[in-house]
Design a protein around this ligand. Structure first.
Ligand SMILES: *Cc1c(COP(=O)(O)O)cnc(C)c1O
Length: 420
């Protein structure tokens, strides 16, 4: 079940007609389904029920306070990558001992604030980071709980820009150096090693790379503990792919859980998951309006009022998003071959290329599907386009969870020095 379905020819989010939201708040806007997010979270919990994992939502996928709060209420922790995300998680009421701090560039300020709040664990990515954290913890007179992000050198078989588990990526510590690094942690008075972690990429469809990488981590876990360390958990990161349409296969969650279980259950250790996209990706859409249909040579351009500054994924990752009309026309036989593009002055500004779409006309509304993850969070204001609104639907109600930025607010962010 998806939170988005046609009812009497009109695309709905749960019981709300998306065209009604457009009428009330204008376009473009993101719309999310509360029940879809909750159902995904419950599915994940149930697939791993016997292992009772900490599910630390990778909030960079969608960090709206409403989304983090609802996942927090459902029992999720948070995987964070910045001070901003730490403060967001804290403000949303996520308890500190469910927060995992990932990322290659943690600053002193980020470390001290995370220590002050008492987070579950820092996922260390380098030796200089380890040394800095030891110093910061020492100054504060506390012990920092740490895990080491292992780079397993596996190919996640996903897009190059979201592949993170090979030796030539900036992430993690090569598995061949793990023992040396854990010795260094042991000799650091203000660090305590509690786990191992990995995150090999995003939008992973093929489960074999997980099998390979988790197997490597499990072996390392046993070896380290036999050598006198006392690690408690393995954190297998996120990355599980979803279907963005285009007949992309859907990964089998139970198959994924089975692979994880086969390596983790025998170790009797705690399991941590860091899903982002899988929880929220299918639970959001971007609604936009057709401004013009422009006839080109061999294909048409559907020019809409959303653009790459609102949804960067097609431009950045060549990502596919299905596109659906908000109103199903009676005659679905007529299709056009078109690029769906925004108004921005860049050839890279497109939301879809070479699509067969049901014929569209000016002022029609369309939905860019499966845009709940890495959509709104990557938005910018290029071409002085204000940030767009975000809406959350629950049953037959909707609420604005981020109001549309006004042009006046955008301009007010700048200052003109008196000497100009
Ligand atoms: C981005 C990220 C995730 C989440 O990735 P998804 O593909 O959205 O599941 C998890 N862990 C880390 C360390 C990340 O950087």
């Amino acid at each position: 079940m998806s939170g988005f379905e046609y009812k009497k020819g009109a695309l709905h989010a749960e019981q709300v007609n998306l065209a009604d939201i457009a009428k009330e708040i204008g376009t473009p806007f993101y719309c999310y389904s509360k029940s879809e997010i909750e159902q995904r979270f419950a599915q994940l919990q149930s697939a791993f029920a016997d292992l009772n994992p900490l599910i630390a939502y990778a909030m960079k996928a969608n960090s709206n306070q409403a989304i983090i709060s609802l996942l927090g209420k459902a029992g999720a922790g948070a995987d964070i990558v910045s001070l901003g995300e730490l403060e967001r998680a804290n403000a949303a009421g996520i308890v500190a001992n469910k927060i995992i701090f990932s990322g290659v560039g943690k600053s002193e300020k980020e470390m001290s604030r995370a220590l002050e709040l008492g987070i579950h664990c820092f996922n260390l990515e380098s030796v200089p980071e380890l040394e800095r954290l030891n110093k910061v913890a020492n100054k504060m007179g506390v012990i920092a709980p740490v895990s080491v992000r292992i780079n397993p050198d596996v190919d996640a078989k996903t897009h190059a820009k979201i592949s993170t588990g090979k030796f030539d990526n900036k992430f993690g510590i090569p598995y061949i150096d793990a023992k040396t690094v854990f010795e260094k942690i042991k000799n650091s008075a203000n660090l305590k090693a509690i786990g191992l972690d990995m995150h090999i990429g995003s939008q992973i469809i093929n489960l074999e790379p997980y099998n390979e990488a988790i197997s490597l981590l499990a072996g390392l876990f046993s070896e380290l503990n036999e050598n006198g360390h006392s690690l408690e958990h393995i954190d297998i990161g996120g990355g599980l792919g979803i279907s963005h349409g285009n007949n992309e296969p859907i990964v089998d969650l139970l198959e994924y859980a089975k692979i994880v279980r086969s390596h983790i259950a025998p170790l009797n250790c705690k399991l941590i998951l860091e899903p982002g996209r899988w929880l929220v990706g299918n639970a959001g859409v971007l609604i936009t309006k057709v401004e013009y249909i422009k006839q080109g040579a061999g294909k048409d351009f559907v020019i809409v009022n959303a653009a790459m500054n609102d949804l960067l994924r097609p431009t950045l990752y060549e990502a596919h998003h299905d596109i659906l009309p908000l109103t199903k026309t009676k005659d679905n036989s007529q299709t056009i071959l078109a690029d769906v593009v925004g108004p921005i002055c860049e050839s890279g500004d497109y939301l879809a290329q070479k699509r067969n779409l049901n014929s569209l006309k000016q002022d029609d509304l369309i939905a860019i599907m499966n845009a709940g993850a890495y959509g709104a969070v990557m938005a910018g204001t290029y071409n002085s386009r204000p940030l767009i609104a975000e809406v959350l639907v629950k049953d037959d109600k909707f609420e604005i969870i981020r109001k549309r930025q006004t042009i006046a607010e955008l301009i007010a962010l700048d200052d003109v020095p008196s000497w100009i």
